[in-house]
Structure formats: structure tokens, C-alpha cells
Design a protein around this ligand. Sequence first.
Ligand code: FNR
Length: 184
Amino acid sequence: SQTRIAVIVGSLRKDSFNRKLALALAHLMPSDFTLEHLRIDDLPLYNQDDDGNQAPSVKRLKSEIAAAQGLIFVTPEYNRALPGVLKNAIDHASRPYGQSAWAGKPAGVIGISVGAIGTAVAQQQLRTVLAYLDVPTLGQPEAFIQNKESLFDDKGHIAEGSTKKFLQGWVDKYVDWIKRHATA
Ligand code: FNR
């Protein structure tokens, strides 16, 4: 049977490197892992007044998370923090109180930026949020990817040899982590 992984990309940009990275990771996954990108660009701004009457897009997000056995967060870093659009999605799916969609879903955290240590701070903040939400995150290997012109080929695969090898190692550990922690 298929293991369903919900992918949450922290950038809404059309040509997002993080979305490209997420799509490239799918090529490195075993055939029994299905990666599904969750939409977060149509969520309203989080407002606690709406907890009892969540928007259809919020309900959809929560049901997609519930249907997944694991999560992958692929996020850029904005001003040494996690992007607001990502935090907005996390907050939505954590409510109403006691009905969080996140609890117990194992996750991987990864990101790509133009800077050399890019996404390290954003990832660390994200891990803090996820720990509070009872989302166990793969600790090692950490993956801070720097974008380079030759990183992706024209089919969206990782072209650069050492990065491909590194990411395959990350995927292998991630798959093992999900198999050990998946509950749904
Ligand atoms: C950035 N960028 C950035 N990079 C980084 O490594 N650390 C940072 O703190 C920031 N801050 C930041 C703020 C804002 C508002 C923007 C728009 C960008 C650069 C970032 O790495 C680059 O734009 C990536 O291309 C963003 O990821 P996507 O959209 O390509 O997935």
C-alpha cells in the first residue's frame, strides 16, 4: 500500500526553488511513497474568531493533513524567520483548540535559499513550532541547500552529483523515520 506524504512548501512564488526542491525529492522517493503538495495560497489570514467556522480551504487543508501518514516542510527563510504564509497555514490547521490536524504526524524539514547558511534559522524556528504541535521531526541529517544554477536539470531532477547523493541520503533517512513513526 502507498504511504501518503503531505508536502507543505513555504513559498508561493511561481518559480520557487523550494517547490522545485520538493518536486525533485519526489524522484528520490521509493515507489510506495506518494508526495502530495498541499495548497496554502488560498487560506485566509488566521483569525481566532473563525475557529468555530473555518473556511472551506482550511477544512480542506486539515483533511489533507489527516489523510497523510507523514509530512515534509520545504521552506525558504524570510528575514531570518519562517515565512508568514507557512506560519499562517500551520496556525490554521492547529485549531480549534484540541482539534489540531498536526498532532503525531512525523515530519521532515528541509529548505533551499540563495544564501550559504540559508534556511537554517527558519528551519530551527519551524522545529520549535512543530515540537509544540507534537510533530516529531527527523533530526539528522539536517539539510540546508544553497541554490546554484546547475542544481536542477531541465526535467526537474537534481543534476549536481554531490547534492543528489546528499539528498538521496536524506530521503533514505526520512523514509526510515516515517516507517518508524507513522500512525495514520
Ligand atoms: C529572502 N531571502 C533570504 N534568504 C536567506 O537565506 N535568508 C533570509 O533571511 C532571507 N530573507 C528574505 C526575505 C524576503 C522577504 C525574501 C523575498 C527573500 C532570499 C531567499 O532565499 C530567496 O528569495 C529564495 O529564492 C526564496 O525561496 P523560493 O521562493 O525560491 O522558494
